[in-house]
Design a protein around this ligand. Structure first.
Ligand code: F6R
Length: 297
């Protein structure tokens, strides 16, 4: 699978890579459209080529589509929110996100809708190629249908996020961290914060902190970390302990069980319970609310 997209849609693609490789066992590459369109790309035979775009009109994405090696591509697929868009018209297949019109410039509901479509795609690919058995698919489906309820509950997090946004409003810079599917979510959280509040923010994979970014740590630097209660939890705790020891103001976002593991955090945002595999979908909502409330401040 080759995914091409820009901005927030690119972050959705990065999450999808974890799902497509993890659930369907298929190799998946993700690339920024503005890079892909200008370079000599090598496409593996029988590639499913996916463009993710809210609008379906992003010039870099359309140019990437027109630039691909048709010989090797089995099918082109648009994951798009606008049924009448150029992208949907020019691809072989389309999965519509049906999120309704995105009114604001910052993509929000389109992002969560893209994630839902992409995890469904990963599950279907996994079932069709035999990587997932029927009982696992049923289990995932039963959990998946609970996601809209969890997202609805996340909309009630405004009061608990307000004091954190108040703290962030004077920050010069802010780091976002995560591992696994929560790494792309960290990049998305940082993008939302910089785009809405004009505060510098960067998303990093938690494990990369020690390879350079740790030099940025200073007293009071806000570090927003997405945490999960899976096998990665212990590693995240040790990354965050190091950041806290260097004066970082640690804000954690996760389920109650996950945030309880970080007893040294300065602030916690508790998301409704969900399977760790769905955490980027539910975790996106408090990240968006945090950026929104910080901008209002
Ligand atoms: C960020 C944002 C942008 C878009 C990007 C791609 O909030 O909205 O980064 O995601 O410009 O746009 P689409 O998805 O329409 O191709």
């Amino acid at each position: 699978v080759q995914i091409v997209a820009c901005g927030t849609s690119y972050h959705a693609g990065l999450v999808a890579k974890y799902w497509i490789e993890g659930l369907a066992g298929m190799p998946c590459q993700v690339e920024i459209a503005s890079e892909y369109r200008y370079r000599k790309v090598v496409t593996l035979p029988n590639t499913l080529w996916i463009a993710i775009s809210q609008s379906g009109e992003t010039a870099d994405v359309l140019s990437a589509l027109r630039h691909l090696d048709c010989e090797q591509v089995a099918a082109t697929l648009a994951v798009c929110n606008v049924p009448t868009s150029s992208l949907v018209r020019e691809t072989d297949l389309a999965l519509l996100t049906e999120a309704g019109p995105e009114i604001g410039v910052a993509s929000t509901k389109a992002f969560t809708a893209q994630l839902i479509v992409l995890i469904c795609l990963a599950i279907v690919l996994g079932r069709q190629n035999g990587h997932l058995d029927a009982s696992r698919v049923t289990y995932l489906y039963q959990k998946l249908v609970k996601i809209p309820g969890a997202v609805g509950k996340s909309m009630k997090l405004f009061d608990s996020i307000r004091p954190i946004a108040h703290k962030l409003k004077n920050a010069r810079s802010c780091l976002f961290l995560g591992r696994d599917t929560l790494f792309p979510l960290a990049c998305e959280g940082a993008l939302k914060l910089k785009e809405l509040s004009y505060i510098h923010a960067e998303g990093f994979a938690s494990g990369e902190m020690k390879h350079g970014p740790i030099a940025l740590l200073e007293d009071g630097l806000p570090i927003v970390s997405f945490v999960s209660e899976d096998e990665m939890a212990l590693k995240v705790i040790s990354n965050l302990k190091e950041a806290e020891a260097r004066g970082g103001y640690i804000i954690v976002i996760g389920t109650q069980a996950a945030v309880d593991l970080i007893d040294f955090a300065a602030a916690k945002i508790v998301i409704p319970d969900c399977e760790p595999i769905f955490a980027p979908i539910v975790g996106a909502i408090p990240a968006q609310i945090l950026a929104y409330l910080t901008a209002l401040n």
